[in-house]
Design a binder for this molecule. Sequence first.
Ligand SMILES: Nc1ncnc2c1ncn2[C@@H]1O[C@H](COP(=O)(O)OP(=O)(O)OP(=O)(O)O)[C@@H](O)[C@H]1O
Ligand SMILES: [Mg+2]
Length: 285
Amino acid sequence: MTSEPAADVAALDVPGPRDPSLLLAATAERLGRGAAAHVTSGPLRVGVDLGTATMVVVVLDAEGAPVWVDSVAAQAVRDGVVVDFHGAARAVRTLRERAGSDLGRPLPAAACAAPPGVPAADARACVHVCEAAGFDDVTLTDEVSAAQRVLGVRDGVVVDVGGGSTGVGVFRAGELVALDDRPGGGHHVDLVLAGGLGIGIEDAERLKREDPSTALPVVVPAVERVAESVRLMTLGAQDLPVHLVGGGLMLPGAAAVVGRWLDRPVHGYPHALLVTPVGIARSAP
Ligand SMILES: Nc1ncnc2c1ncn2[C@@H]1O[C@H](COP(=O)(O)OP(=O)(O)OP(=O)(O)O)[C@@H](O)[C@H]1O
Ligand SMILES: [Mg+2]
């Protein structure tokens, strides 16, 4: 796995660190630790990521620095589709109220995102969840464009492997030219690990995090399955490097497996599961 910024990173018209690794490290440092000691007096930007595995809220200050970050585990969204509206709204409201109270500021606006392939009506559901959670002004973006707002890839394929699905966006000259997503992600990795070792799903999830070097050899077929689905979704873009984000393949060595399968450079990122949430916050009004 490589963690250097890609050579073709474009200038972004958003405030905050240009180097994704610095921004992601600062975000990870804030996770679950309340408000930053220094918050600029300007407007705050709030990103809400409704994931299959976790809901994440990121608050950036006017300089683009992460000043509040937290997440809750929730089963209210499946692959971008809100399956438990009230559960989702409750989880987001909890995070919004905690953020507002820690920061001592009202948070009237937010951005949220849906995976690329989700029909417009389902994508709008995330806006309604945020409104039900108390945000008055909600902007909708797609997850791949959000990730791009952190990575600034000019020519490359952004791949977001979540818990349940894999989204891809092909960027050429900084423009999004193709967008797709398919089922398959971290949950499928857990299923293969559980089956391979004869253990339960929860034990597989724990083992994957705590002992990734034992897990990786067992889950190579699941990682290759995600890689094959990326190959099929990017048939016209074999010339472009892949930027791997999301938590689904956050195992050391998984990016290299994907690189071998696709026979092209694959950039991994530390704290890969925070890329999309930070990018959503960067999309906020
Ligand atoms: N430390 C870790 N090591 C390995 N895998 C991890 C780690 N933390 C989270 N994951 C995996 O990341 C996945 C969740 O990733 P992410 O938060 O990007 O998904 P999501 O946004 O909730 O899902 P989706 O995008 O499919 O709706 C889970 O499958 C989980 O097992
Ligand atoms: Mg996600």
